[in-house]
Design a protein. Structure first.
Length: 730
């Protein structure tokens, strides 16, 4: 019975994949039917995911120690058959639990969000829906297939295939509104943002592919269960390779760093973080998909899945784990400082995601596997809530802007007069939305509290506190301090968002007329808000005063046991008041500072941001993201364009010149041969033959009179001549 239920894992990615093909091939002209097909498919996938996940939860002891795997022969490699299959363990189960519900909420939300975007001509709005409404649901269905397939994959090659499916879908969805233009020519457009994301993540994907190739060369397999065998890990740790600059390192180190390169690209860690903020050019449900349920979570999932290899690498003289911790901690603080100075409501959340992913990588780097996975799952709930909430805010402000514009001009149709560009995502154009959009506002505040780590109540507190406690308990004090500073900034910029968007008086007519979003958009927010608060309670440490013994920490019982099976650090951290107090202080301190700056006296229309005044030139540096994009443009983009231009000139001047010269020579030779050979010899012979035939015909036609008597006379004369000749001869 247990194996039969776990075999349902084969079916989990299938409904959304079938929805993709059904929409593309059959239902595309019928928009509402297409969205219904997509939603039904993802609900089925959600139910299948939860059946498998809860079966693991209720049979944890059996499945964690003996992970389920089902494999079919696929690619013969000469020495073995490369199998295609699914595997289910504790990590798979908790990820399926999160992905299933978050995807479903995003799909339902999308049915309300993907109404007609105001930047397109009104003539395209024939039914109140986006002109490419069906295509959007086809794309997100394939996107969901990528993540669901990646989670249940039993080997790295199959995981990589689904990994690349998500990369393709991110390109298609970030650039989905390719018509969108901005008055500022320097502002990136959706097509360019999609291309930027695609190319940047490909850098990481090449690194990942190289790591997979080396891993297969040295192990003969990419199957997770085979790789994680102690003898295989020991072989990887002991085998060494000589590198030009770094000297001798183990193959485990090299493979780990190459695989981590893939995660750096996919999860937007420094220095490949630049694509993720620009991914906000896609529709907001896409942002939620990328930042919460699918793409960037895949990078953390990959490293969590492969951490036994990283851990094996650490047994030698190397710094694979230390490098992961350094990149994670640095990115957490680096991105948090940038988020402080952003005014776009979605870009603040984008940099927040980069920072929180850094938190997870830092935890993985210090060996806190249980805490890292816990934060991965909890973060997905409240970050999906925040992104969908920001989309609801943007929707409301856009509608408010159109309403104010129509009222001012005394008409009721969009597009009859040209509207000036209005940035509905700029928080300085908001304010007072708590009264206008109460359901969106309160759920957003709950999500913000979870992201900030509001003490004791929210899921974010328990998952962040677990990471900080682990870092402190195991002597990783630098990581602890950096992450604590990032946590303080996180609380500050999150409630800066809250106070700028929802409190005070409306700073624009758009905010003053913003309506609450439809139920299809707000009810998913309510569901996710419940998880943003209550989901973290399953991870309350048993040693925590008063609260610790209530739920018996089922999270650590499942994931901690799974970690032990894979030979990872899994000991529960004993209670220590120091990291707890610091965690509470940085969370409440960040919220308090945000209230002092933005909540005590809410910003009024036309007033400058206090941070601009206080930070001066530092604010400009932060607002311009440390000029990393400009630096990359100078170092990589401009030289690439110059080389392309140089080779284009080389192509036109040299290559095309040679080809054209050969062509001209060929034409000259053909003209020469035509004049000498063709015309003077061939044509002369042919024409001469024709003249002879004509002359002969002219003579012979004289005897063709049509009179029988003449023909008979010729015959008689011919016979007589022949007889005479015969007589003469003989």
């Amino acid at each position: 019975m247990s194996e039969s239920i776990l075999k349902l894992a084969w079916l989990i990615p299938i409904p959304t994949l079938l929805a993709f093909f059904a929409i593309i091939l059959f239902t595309n002209p019928r928009k509402r039917l297409s969205s219904t097909v997509a939603v039904v498919a993802v609900v089925i996938a959600w139910l299948l995911s939860w059946v498998v996940a809860f079966h693991v939860f209720t049979n944890a002891e059996e499945i964690v120690h003996h992970p389920f795997e089902s494999v079919l022969p696929w690619l013969p490699t000469g020495t073995s058959n490369f199998g295609i299959g699914v595997a289910v363990d504790g990590l798979t189960a908790v990820t399926l639990f999160m992905v299933g519900i978050v995807l479903t909420m995003i799909f339902i939300y999308s049915t309300g969000y993907m109404t007609f975007p105001g930047f397109l001509p009104q003539k395209l709005n024939v039914d109140g829906l986006d002109p490419r409404y069906s295509r959007f649901f086809a794309y997100i269905s394939l996107f969901a297939t990528g993540m669901l397939g990646l989670v249940v994959a039993n080997n790295l090659l199959l995981l990589f295939i689904f990994w690349e499916i998500m990369g393709l879908c991110s390109y298609l969805l970030i650039g989905f509104w390719y018509e969108k233009k901005y008055p500022d020519p320097k502002q990136i457009t959706p097509p360019k943002a999609g291309l930027k994301a695609f190319l940047t993540t490909r850098v990481g994907d090449v690194s990942l592919l190289m790591g997979m190739i080396f891993l297969f060369i040295h192990t003969g397999t990419l199957n997770f269960q085979e790789i994680f065998k102690p003898e295989m890990l020991e072989e990887l740790a002991l085998a060494t390779v000589q590198l030009p600059v770094f000297g001798e390192v183990s193959w485990a180190v090299l493979i780990s760093l190459l695989i981590f390169g893939g995660a750096i690209g996919k999860s937007a860690q420094f220095p490949l973080h630049v694509w993720l903020p620009d991914a906000m050019e896609g529709p907001t449900p896409v942002s939620a998909l990328i930042h919460a349920a699918t793409m960037v979570s895949a990078g953390v999932y990959l490293i969590a899945r492969m951490l036994p290899v990283f851990s094996a690498a650490e047994h030698g003289v190397n710094g694979a784990m230390s490098f992961v911790a350094f990149i994670g901690a640095f990115t957490a603080l680096f991105a948090a400082t940038i988020a402080v100075a952003q005014n776009d409501i979605k870009r603040v959340l984008a940099y927040s995601t980069i920072s929180q992913l850094g938190y997870m990588f830092a935890a993985l780097g210090i060996g806190a596997w249980v805490a890292a996975v816990f934060h991965l799952i909890m973060h997905a709930f409240f970050k999906a809530l925040l992104f969908l909430g920001s989309g609801s805010v943007i929707h409301g402000v856009e509608h408010g802007h159109h309403h104010a514009h129509e009222h001012a001009h005394g008409h009721g149709e969009h597009g009859e007069e040209h509207e000036e560009y209005f940035d509905a995502q700029n928080m300085l154009n908001m304010g007072g939305l708590l009264q206008r959009m109460p359901r969106t506002a309160w759920t957003f505040i709950i999500g913000g509290a979870a992201l900030s780590g509001f003490p004791l109540v929210t899921a974010g507190f328990w998952s962040k506190d677990e990471i900080l406690a682990d870092a402190f308990a195991n002597g990783h004090y630098v990581v602890f301090i950096v992450l604590a500073l990032a946590a303080f900034l996180t609380a500050f910029y999150t409630f800066r968002q809250v106070f700028l968007s929802f409190f005070g008086e409306p700073r624009t007519d758009a905010a003053a007329h913003a309506p609450e979003s439809a139920g299809s958009m707000t009810w998913p927010l309510v569901v996710l808000a419940v998880f943003a608060v209550a989901a973290g309670w399953v991870g309350i440490p048993e040693s925590f005063p008063l609260l610790g013994g209530i739920l018996k920490n089922p999270w650590h019982h499942l994931i901690g046991t799974q970690a032990e099976v894979y030979g990872l650090h899994a000991e529960a951290v004993p209670f220590n008041a120091v990291p707890l107090l610091i965690s509470i202080i940085v969370a409440l301190g960040g919220i308090a500072v945000a209230w002092y700056v933005y909540g005590r006296e809410p910003l009024k229309a036309g007033e400058p941001d206090p941070l601009v005044v206080w930070l001066g030139p530092v604010h400009k540096v932060l607002q311009n993201k440390y000029y990393i994009d400009e630096l990359y443009h100078l170092i990589f983009v401009r030289p690439a364009l110059w080389l392309a231009s140089f080779f284009a000139r080389f192509d036109r001047g040299i290559i095309d010149g040679i080809v054209n010269a050969v062509g001209r020579f060929g034409r000259w030779v053909s003209r020469f041969l035509r004049g000498i050979i063709d015309e003077m010899v061939i044509d002369a012979a042919v024409n001469g033959t024709g003249l002879v035939a004509t002359a002969t015909g002219s003579v012979l036609r004289l005897i063709q009179t049509g009179q029988i008597q003449q023909y008979l006379l010729v015959v008689v004369l011919t016979v007589l001549i022949l007889l005479a000749m015969a007589q003469f001869v003989f």
